[in-house]
Design a protein around this ligand. Structure first.
Ligand code: B12
Ligand code: SF4
Ligand code: SF4
Length: 383
């Protein structure tokens, strides 16, 4: 039994994806494998992964787990890669916005109807998380293939597998790797989540994907627009990326090295960052999402900083339970809000920031002290 491209594309569409493709796993001793392993090794060795320890895990032979599928799944011969659109609304963080508003990255806007429990709550959207949404769909593809072709080895992942999904999206012909490091589809842009299914099945000879051509050309808009200088062509220093700082980084956010103070660069972004994709010309005509499990929640577009800052831990849980935003954790999220307040130039936040100086969480305390200084108030604790 071999996998055929058209069949995978059809299955992907039937299971709720915008794009689907299949790639061969290159032999361990191939030049392609060696190049990817080396690129990943260098990236980790340079410190670009910051404190994301899960990216640095190695096997007993000292190989980085995420740098080679074969090291972890020797049976893997192919990877099915599927992409789902999450372009919620034509609202961008770089456009003029109401004063005192924050930005939550659009991948975290998603929600779905609360269900048929009756009563007024029915129309309300409850948060949804792309990990769960996509994994369910990938597993539906897995089931369909098992039914059609009998048992085979397989593993489905969204984010968490020992694989750089964008590399396989490129191998599967879904798009190219942009200078902003995102997977860009020529017709659909880069607002795409990825999910993968590794299988022990071979790819039919006539279905080996043709890699998409790199269409970045001489453009450097993403690199020029990045507020924290995290990008050089096709490479990100994640330790400088706002998405890393506001989602993955725990504790204190320091100013960092380089010309830009990272906290200033964060601007009004309180969870993730969309800038290097918003400026990308390939997203100008990107289709809007039409997906019952990824419906954009209006209240998360340009949310007011004072609303976010006044959230109790219980409120945070209510608004973000089941949403990717939970990953930042309550204290981390408030830390980000404090930094955005410091960047707002608005004195109305002074009382809230002063109150946070008395909090136990060091990250939040430090961010509040820094923000107060930005707003012209001297404190003892700012670093
Ligand atoms: C860790 C991680 C992050 C980190 C680090 C990002 C990074 N650039 O690596 C942080 C927290 C910063 C992050 C941010 C975001 N992430 Co993220 N992240 C991941 C994760 C879990 C692992 C990525 C990884 O291994 N990085 C390591 C480095 C080395 O990989 P890389 O930059 O992708 O580089 C590879 C290729 O670019 C290629 N390459 C490098 N140089 C060159 C040069 C040429 C010429 C070519 C052709 C290729 C090439 O080889 C590299 C390594 O082999 C993946 C899921 C997964 N398992 O893959 C999601 C993933 C990459 N993230 C995703 C998303 C949506 C985001 C955000 C948009 C979220 C947000 N709005 O805040 C931002 C996007 C920022 C950006 N410009 O990339 C999507 C990307 C979808 C897409 N269309 O590309 C993924 C695939 C999750 C998913 N399942 O959908 N993320
Ligand atoms: S997501 Fe934001 S901070 Fe990160 S590389 Fe892109 S523009 Fe820079
Ligand atoms: S902004 Fe330009 S350089 Fe950056 S990813 Fe898009 S096309 Fe490529």
């Amino acid at each position: 039994m071999q996998l055929r491209r058209e069949h995978i594309q059809r299955l992907a569409e039937e299971c709720g994806f915008s794009l689907g493709g299949v790639a061969e796993v290159p032999p361990a001793d191939s030049a392609q494998s060696a190049e990817e392993r080396q690129r990943f090794e260098h990236w980790i060795a340079s410190g670009a992964a910051g404190e994301m320890e899960y990216l640095k895990r190695r096997n007993e032979d000292g190989e980085l787990l995420r740098s080679s599928i074969r090291a972890v799944f020797p049976w893997a011969k192919s990877v099915i890669v599927c992409a789902a659109n999450y372009n919620g609304a034509p609202v961008r963080s770089i456009d003029p916005a109401p004063g005192g508003s924050a930005w939550i990255a659009r991948y975290a806007w998603s929600g779905q109807k609360a269900g048929q429990q009756g009563g007024e709550d029915d129309e309300r959207l409850r948060p949804s998380d792309y990990h769960k949404v996509l994994l369910k769909r990938i597993k539906a593809i897995e089931d369909r293939l098992q039914q059609e072709h009998g048992p085979f080895e397989s593993r489905a992942f969204v984010d968490t597998g020992p694989i750089v999904e964008r590399v396989y999206a490129r191998y599967a012909g879904l798009g190219w790797t942009g200078k902003n490091t995102c997977m860009i589809s020529q017709g659909k842009g880069s607002w795409m989540f990825l999910g993968v299914l590794m299988t022990s099945l071979e790819v039919a000879e006539d279905s080996v994907a043709v890699m998409a051509q790199d269409r970045c050309g001489s453009c450097t808009r993403c690199i020029d627009a990045c507020p924290t200088d995290a990008l050089t062509p096709y490479r990100m220093d994640a330790s400088r990326c706002i998405a890393y700082l506001t989602i993955e980084k725990r504790g204190v956010i320091e100013g960092g090295e380089g010309e830009v103070d990272l906290r200033t660069g964060i601007g009004r972004n309180v969870f993730g960052c969309d800038i290097c994709q918003e400026v990308c010309p390939w997203n100008r005509k990107a289709p809007l999402v039409n997906d019952a499990e990824l419906i954009p929640r209006q209240e998360l577009m340009n949310p007011a900083l004072d609303w976010l800052g006044a959230m109790s831990e219980a409120d945070f849980g209510r608004w973000f339970f089941g949403s990717p935003v939970k990953r930042a954790k309550y204290d981390g999220f408030l830390r980000n809000v404090a930094i955005a307040m410091g960047n707002s130039g608005r004195e109305e936040y002074l009382p809230q920031l002063r109150a946070w100086l008395g909090t136990e969480d060091e990250g939040l305390r430090n961010a509040a002290a820094w923000a107060l200084e930005q707003l012209g108030e001297k404190t003892q604790t700012a670093s």
